[in-house]
Design a protein around this ligand. Structure first.
Ligand code: NI
Length: 228
């Protein structure tokens, strides 16, 4: 795994080839604790986040949340922008996209304990305006250790080089998209990480997270960056 912040030439070559990178640490254990508290407040404090920035990715609106998402959390917890995690993410993004890379907003996905909900195989650009030419990446920071048992990231290496393929809604009443054709399972790379580590992926890279079979919610903070 790559080390914090200072990406090597080899890391950049790996990222260019695979469309993703795993990094062992982007923040401190103390900050992970603080981020967890902020994160839970965003999901639990009534009225803190307006409905316009709350989404359900896979479940029906009248069910218990299956895969709740908060978009633009930095608007409601601006201290997120003053963290080591954000500074590290920005440095990583600039070393991969160039010095003109800017933050394109955060989001948070909290996968409930014991949930069977998957975040289906998708490309992030499928959610975006196809008229634009995107030069973007996302940095996904777990706030507890993650592996296949609680929904770590999984990728298809090299999938960022074949354009955007067809997607469909997972559920007509929810917001999540999935590839209409499942990728070849033999190609999958599973990225277990420590708390406060990160994966970085291109906006065209095919990725997935599995169900959270653990007894704790799986918290992940995602920071997007784009360059002109
Ligand atoms: Ni995604």
């Amino acid at each position: 795994m790559a080390q914090t912040q200072a990406l090597t030439q080899e890391d950049r070559a790996d990222y260019a080839r695979d469309g993703f990178l795993a990094i062992d640490q982007v923040t401190t254990p103390a900050e992970v604790e603080a981020l967890r508290a902020i994160y839970d407040r965003l999901f639990e404090e009534p009225g803190l986040v307006p409905d316009a920035d709350r989404f359900e990715l896979v479940g029906d609106p009248d069910q218990a949340p299956q895969l709740p998402q908060v978009t633009n959390p930095e608007r409601y917890a601006p201290e997120l922008l003053a963290t080591q995690a954000f500074a590290s993410a920005q440095e990583i993004a600039r070393s991969l996209l160039g010095d003109e890379a800017v933050s394109a907003g955060m989001h948070a996905i909290r996968k409930p304990a014991g949930s069977s909900a998957e975040t289906p195989w998708h490309q992030d650009e499928a959610y975006w305006d196809p008229a634009m030419d995107h030069h973007a990446l996302s940095i996904w920071i777990p706030l507890q250790p993650v592996d296949q048992a609680n929904g770590c990231m999984q990728f298809i290496p090299g999938s960022h080089r074949s354009g955007i393929t067809a997607h469909e809604l997972v559920n007509p009443n929810a917001h999540g998209l999935r590839l209409t054709e499942e990728p070849d399972q033999e190609a999958v790379v599973v990225c277990a990480l420590p708390a406060g580590g990160a994966t970085v992926h291109d906006s065209k890279t095919v990725h997935y997270t599995g169900p959270n079979r653990s007894a704790e919610p799986r918290r992940a903070l995602i920071i997007a960056f784009s360059a002109p």
